[in-house]
Ligand binder design. Structure first.
Ligand code: ADP
Ligand code: MG
Length: 357
């Protein structure tokens, strides 16, 4: 189901102007604080009536200023996942979950409690009260409650922002499951490029109320105009080939093989690899006598100026339609010393990678 977001609204400190049509899946609103992410979510939720616009999930039109159509918030069939779980402290987990059902219309094809409990791994928690749950467990229950309301659209406004890194790592896989198992579109607000790379089907990068970039995460995260050279990240697709006895897993990516510490995913599974541009070293010859394991072959596609002393080199890994773009941030001095030019073949040494399902 496609998500149409056309919103114009003016506040004293913000001029929001968004017009995108996002494909099914998770659409991440990404941008610095104050860029208008929550304002846009509030417009979708019906908490803000924009000056002008049209918002629709598939043919479910939430508002259209041209036809003066306005669904009140209570009729919008949204599953809301807040930063802090906002569970009812006096109800058990089971009761909290079923509370969501109250808002589902009778004829709505609701998820079953069993399936949701299974999806989120919360069967052991059903009889507990929120006071006896960890932050991560609370957030899983909150996701479940949103799902059981049979929403037509799920809104999650920085749902992980209040959690520490370990809890984030615990919850992210459940959002991935949600994305893969549930057909409801998800609008997810984040200012973390790690979350974007893992979750997003589509990214809307907001800057001061305007769409700075729109598209798949690999494209948006690799755009220096939106990311600033410092935060540039490449996203590569990989496939698990095998697990080896020395504790490493073997992943196939365009341009070669990557060897991360052993992963839980089975052979054949598809993964995403994130590589920060500053963690890539380039070599014109096949490196020898180097302890690095993750070395990929490619062709230099583009060299762009970046903030001194650096330049940004885009390397096409693999061939033709299969090629994937990897960005390397190196110094201009190295660029000159290696005499790198577009069209040359080269080797990219990855100092650090992050793997996600
Ligand atoms: P984000 O969620 O990306 O951090 P917000 O959408 O919350 O950003 O806010 C963006 C800007 O919009 C704020 O900095 C503020 O200037 C303005 N703004 C938001 N809500 C209001 C409001 N109710 N009244 C006036 N200005 C507002
Ligand atoms: Mg916000």
């Amino acid at each position: 189901m496609r998500l149409a977001l056309q919103v114009r609204h003016r506040f004293a400190g913000l001029e929001l102007d968004v017009d995108v049509l996002a494909p099914p899946g998770v659409t991440v609103l990404f941008g610095p604080s104050g860029s208008g992410k929550t304002t846009l979510v509030n417009a979708v939720a019906g908490l803000l009536r924009p000056d002008q616009g049209r918002i629709a999930a598939g043919d479910w039109v939430l508002m259209d200023s041209a036809t003066r159509h306005w669904l009140p918030p209570s009729k919008r069939r949204l599953g809301y996942i807040f930063q802090e779980g906002r569970l009812f402290p006096h109800l058990t987990v089971r009761q909290n979950l079923l509370y969501g059902r109250w808002f589902a219309p009778r004829d709505a094809p609701a998820e079953s409690l069993e399936r949701v409990v299974d999806l989120l791994g919360i069967d052991r928690l059903l009889s507990r009260r929120p006071g006896a749950l960890s932050g991560g467990e609370k957030q899983r229950v909150a996701i479940g409650r949103a799902l059981l309301a049979a929403p037509r659209l799920i809104l999650a406004d920085e749902p992980l922002a209040a959690l520490d890194e370990a809890r984030k790592a615990e919850i992210l896989p459940y959002f991935e499951r949600l994305r893969d198992a549930v057909s409801v579109p998800i609008l997810y607000v984040s200012h973390s490029s790690a979350e974007v790379a893992r979750l997003a089907t589509t990214v809307i990068a907001l800057r001061e109320g305007k769409v700075a970039a729109f598209g798949p995460p690999a494209q948006v995260l690799g755009d220096p105009a939106t990311m600033g050279a410092r935060g540039l990240v490449s996203v590569l697709s990989a496939q698990v080939v095998a697990h080896h006895g020395d504790g490493l897993s073997e992943l196939q990516v365009a341009g070669g093989t990557i060897w991360p510490p052993r992963l839980p995913e089975e052979a054949g599974r598809d993964l995403r690899i994130r590589v920060a541009a500053k963690d890539v070293i380039l070599s014109r010859v096949a490196p020898q006598g180097l302890s690095a394991l993750n070395i990929l072959r490619g062709t230099i596609r583009e060299i762009r100026a970046a903030e001194a002393p650096n330049v940004l080199v885009t390397v096409a890994l693999g061939d033709g339609a299969e090629a994937q773009m990897l960005m390397a941030q190196i110094t201009r001095r190295s660029l000159d010393a290696l005499a790198l030019e577009p069209g040359q073949s080269c080797y990219a040494i990855l100092k650090s990678i992050a793997v996600s399902p």
